[in-house]
Ligand binder design. Structure first.
Ligand code: TIU
Length: 220
């Protein structure tokens, strides 16, 4: 079985039962004028991982891993957006407001698109999710179980919000999860480092982490 040199110890996986899950690499978070910037963040830190996520996607496709992309997006009528989420934080643009990339965090709007270089390909799964975790109020679990997926390799943004929430949800559902260290980013570098540490602490209480080079080396 292939092994990734990971923390806290080697991560074994079978490509046929492993999915790459790329979380929320959408314009809303990565480009200026979206939800991320409306919350007061410097979005440039997130754009920096796009080339690594692109290479990770190419690796997964070459080795025929299943690929899942997620987007954080709400229905146009916002019926799936709790008022608590819409009102939180006094952003300059709220979810559903018209911004430079269309309505903020709404499915189907230009800002909700995954950045072009990471665009999903035919046959890949796209999950549109109303929450931070990709399992909440989506079909992700049933889709993965139907495909006999037991292992998840995770990437995307932001590390301590949607990525960590999804990884914890997956861990509780019995998936063995590995987070790719240089294919995830946060607006707060210290939060990214803390998240990586808390994932692999205590013998891998939430899962494993490894740099992309180690992932790539596991299946040359
Ligand atoms: N604000 C922030 O860091 N993240 C989010 O709102 N969503 C995701 O992480 N995708």
């Amino acid at each position: 079985m292939p092994e990734i040199a990971a923390r806290p110890y080697a991560y074994s996986f079978e490509p046929t039962t492993t999915a790459l899950v790329v979380i929320d690499m959408q314009r809303d978070f990565i480009e200026r004028g979206g939800f991320g910037e409306a919350l007061g963040n410097d979005v440039s830190r997130l754009a920096a991982i796009v080339p690594t996520v692109r290479d990770l996607l190419a690796w997964a496709r070459a080795h025929r891993l299943r690929v899942v992309h997620t987007r954080e997006g709400h229905r146009p009528d916002l019926a799936d957006c709790p008022p608590a989420k819409r009102l939180r934080g006094r952003p300059s643009l709220r979810i559903g407001d018209a911004g430079p990339m269309g309505r903020v965090l709404v499915d189907g709007q230009p800002g909700n698109d995954i950045v072009p270089v990471l665009a999903p390909r035919a046959g890949e799964t796209v999950i549109v999710k109303p929450g931070k975790g990709a399992f909440y109020a989506t079909k992700l679990d049933v889709l993965l179980r139907s495909q006999r997926i037991t292992h998840l390799i995770l990437a995307g943004v932001t590390t301590e919000v949607c990525v960590q929430t999804t990884m914890r949800e997956a861990n509780d559902r019995g998936y063995d999860c590995l987070l790719v260290e240089d294919a995830t980013a946060s607006y707060f570098p210290e939060f990214k480092q803390a998240t990586l540490a808390m994932v692999h602490a205590q013998g891998g209480i939430v899962g494993w982490t490894a740099p992309f080079a180690a992932v790539r080396a596991s299946l040359p």
